[in-house]
Design a binder for this molecule. Structure first.
Ligand code: C2E
Ligand code: MG
Ligand code: MG
Ligand code: MG
Length: 277
């Protein structure tokens, strides 16, 4: 890309690229150290059942606590993927999420915990082993663990994905498709994988109920998912109008700022006790 503008331009962009490369290298070094120093933390966003209003799940979301500030995954997950650190980050998240899941469920709740897995993690060896190890160490039940994979990650390496998903299924771990609707896969194709649920991408929720396109897409996803026996979770529910639209169309559960933002582990128990029962 640097060559696009011809020789003269290259000259202008070189120092900038170097600065960019240096910054990246520094960030990579910091991330490596962050993993060693336990600066990767997990936040949890509640998922609520439409029918009962109860919290039925928690999505584990990685955060990097760097000198008192929280770095969001958009700033370090892609980097971690590129420099081969995503396996290490993912292992930290899986371990913590399983420990938290065991804690929460030991207190009389029955709540699933969902962990995001990216394309690279799916392709690398070790995911199934990390899941097994995290479950064993924490005593968390496999039936309450859910792995979220995006459609694109699944389609990028179907053969590998199939093996991993079958392994997870054998262990009793559920798989859901994240950001559904943003990729190019058809539901009938996805159906050939052992999948339990679809998560409708936030992009389709934002414009509801006014935006006709979004409304049609959401309704189509819901009706197809129903006929295939899949659960549907809506992400990014921010307003009562979003909530009512999805509930009235038979969506199973939702997460979003309307109910709660992702919470640090320390605030979770208090929140759950105040919200359920
Ligand atoms: P995602 O899996 O689709 O997660 C949902 C994202 O939407 C989260 O952003 C969450 O904070 C945000 N969100 C939830 N409700 C609302 C809402 O009502 N409005 C808006 N505007 N946003 C909402 P977050 O935590 O920044 O994570 C972004 C993405 O980073 C995730 O998208 C996921 O793809 C990735 N990610 C997060 N944690 C991990 C991880 O441990 N491993 C991997 N591989 N990826 C992760
Ligand atoms: Mg997710
Ligand atoms: Mg999502
Ligand atoms: Mg997303």
């Amino acid at each position: 890309k640097a060559k696009e503008g011809g020789k003269g331009r290259c000259h202008i962009y070189t120092p900038q690229l170097t600065r960019h490369a240096k910054k990246r290298l520094k960030l990579e070094r910091l991330l490596r150290r962050a993993i060693e120093k336990d600066e990767i933390e997990v936040f949890y966003q509640p998922q609520v059942d439409f029918a009962t209003g109860q919290v039925v799940g928690l999505e584990a979301l990685a955060r990097w606590r760097r000198k008192g500030t929280l770095v969001l995954p958009s700033e370090f997950v892609p980097l971690a993927e590129e420099c081969g650190l995503i396996g290490a980050v993912g292992a930290v998240v899986l371990r913590q999420a399983c420990i938290q899941g065991a804690l929460v469920n030991g207190n009389g709740h029955r709540i699933r915990v969902a962990v995001n897995v990216s394309a690279r993690q799916l392709e690398q060896s070790g995911l199934v082993e990390t899941v097994t190890e995290s479950l064993d160490r924490s005593g968390f039940s496999p039936e309450l663990l859910e792995i979220e994979i995006t459609e694109t990650a699944l389609m990028r390496n179907e053969d590998r994905a199939r093996v991993v998903l079958e392994n997870l299924r054998t262990m009793g771990v559920q798989v859901s498709i994240d950001d559904f609707g943003t990729g190019y896969s058809s539901l009938s194709h996805l159906r050939r994988f052992p999948i339990k649920a679809l998560k409708i991408d936030r992009g389709f929720i934002q414009g509801l109920p006014a935006d006709q396109n979004s409304a049609s897409i959401v309704e189509a996803i819901l009706s197809m998912a129903k006929s295939l026996g899949l659960f549907v979770v809506a992400e990014g529910i921010e307003t009562p109008a979003h909530h009512d639209f999805l509930r009235s169309r038979g969506c199973d559960s939702y997460q979003g700022f309307l109910f709660s933002r992702p919470l640090p582990a320390a605030e979770l128990e208090g929140f759950l006790n105040s919200r359920s029962r």
